[in-house]
Design a protein around this ligand. Structure first.
Ligand code: NAI
Ligand code: MG
Length: 349
């Protein structure tokens, strides 16, 4: 029996609900395929911050390092802890310290789920750069509070990071339908984005079998709504990928379905799997959050661990339940509770 050590961080709000629920079918899929998941739960959250002044202990990153994967719910409770504190105290350090430079988000409509689009026969894989770019954190403010206040926020694009994320995009395109859309805004941003275009061009010589198209971010945002079926793999910078994947979530039926994987493809550190949605304070504690995004994260985790059969089995169990609206949570028109839906999916394994 293969064993994997999983660090579980439920976090805040519905993060707790969806992680508890998702683990039911994830464990079932694992055990069905002879996989043993050894889970260790960390209660790091905004509560931890209010009690200790820190989102996670000083040795938090070192404690996580020995795990094979991290499954995270959601972090944030803006009424009590500013989002800038909770995000910078937990999620971002994990992404940066483990150099999880790929943020991968699949967007497709599961059977029976209503997309706001008429044409919903798309299957898009967004690859977002996850460590630098517009979110590098380089900048500052001077003359604060005066009429001549200045704020700067500098985007950082290094050859190492741009090259490795675009290369990852090419590799994924090769495993899928052979098409890569590279997203920039090189008409307006003449340094960083022209550089990105040049790296795409250089790498395309190594991937003659991949059809590469360059899009400006505004144009591809519109395309994801009008012609999503024309897109396969989309590779974008941190900010552009962040925005485009919210469109992806919307067209796939909502945040309840949007899964994401933060990966370091080189291995040696744990990759982290988390739904795109946040802690949803408006529905937290009511047991009605949709757990499907987090279950899908579990499938991405199993796949990343090399357990393809278990991952496929889990995805097909989800797809067998989604056509039955009454078994789904209220965001999809059903009346089921979070845990009940998770159990129904586990029943279909
Ligand atoms: P949100 O994603 O938590 O909620 C947005 C809307 O979608 C809400 O109406 C919510 O009820 C609904 N929703 C989200 N997930 C759902 C699910 N699984 N099932 C049913 N409905 C769902 O975004 P919001 O309200 O902007 O942020 C709340 C907190 O979460 C903030 O502190 C924010 O910083 C944090 N956040 C954390 C993220 C993370 O940990 N990766 C990502 C996004 C936000
Ligand atoms: Mg976002």
């Amino acid at each position: 029996m293969t064993t994997y050590r999983i660090a579980v961080i439920p976090g805040d709000g519905i993060g707790k609900d969806v992680v508890e629920a998702a683990l039911i079918p994830v464990r079932a899929a694992a055990s069905k395929h002879g996989i043993h998941l050894i889970e260790t739960t960390f209660d790091w959250s905004c509560d931890t911050y209010l009690q200790t002044g820190k989102m996670m202990p000083d040795d938090g990153i070192e404690s996580l390092r020995k795990f094979d994967s991290i499954l995270l719910g959601a972090v944030g409770w803006p009424e009590r802890v500013p989002d800038s504190v909770s995000l910078h105290g937990l999620l971002l350090p994990i992404r940066k310290q483990f150099d999880l430079f790929v943020n991968m988000r699949p967007h497709r409509v599961l059977p029976g789920i209503a997309s706001p689009l008429v044409k919903s026969d798309f299957d898009i894989l967004c690859i977002r750069e996850n460590t630098e770019g517009e979110y590098s954190g380089a900048g500052g403010r001077i003359h604060v509070g005066t009429p001549h206040e200045v704020a700067t926020e500098t985007s950082i694009f290094t050859r190492r990071s741009v090259e490795r994320i675009i290369r990852y995009g090419f590799e994924q395109a090769r495993r899928r339908r052979g098409r890569l859309a590279s997203v920039t805004k090189s008409n307006a941003q003449k340094y960083s984005m022209v550089f990105w275009d040049e790296v795409t061009e250089e790498l395309s010589a190594e991937y003659p079998d991949i059809e590469v198209k360059r899009y400006h971010v505004d144009a591809i945002a519109a395309r994801m709504i009008t012609h999503p079926e024309t897109l396969d793999v989309v590779v974008a910078s941190n900010l552009f990928g962040d925005i485009l994947t919210d469109i992806g979530a919307a067209i796939q039926g909502g945040l309840g379905f949007a899964a994401s994987a933060n990966l370091n493809p080189a291995g040696g550190v744990p990759s982290m799997f988390e739904p795109v949605h946040g802690s949803a304070p408006d529905i937290a504690g009511r047991g009605i959050a949709n757990p499907i995004a987090t279950i899908w994260c579990g499938a991405l985790m199993l796949e990343h661990l090399g357990e393809t059969a278990a991952a496929e089995n889990l995805m097909s169990a989800i797809s067998r339940v989604t056509p039955k609206t009454q078994l789904l949570t209220p965001d999809c028109g059903g009346s089921a509770k979070t845990l009940a839906l998770a159990h129904r999916i586990a029943d279909h394994l």
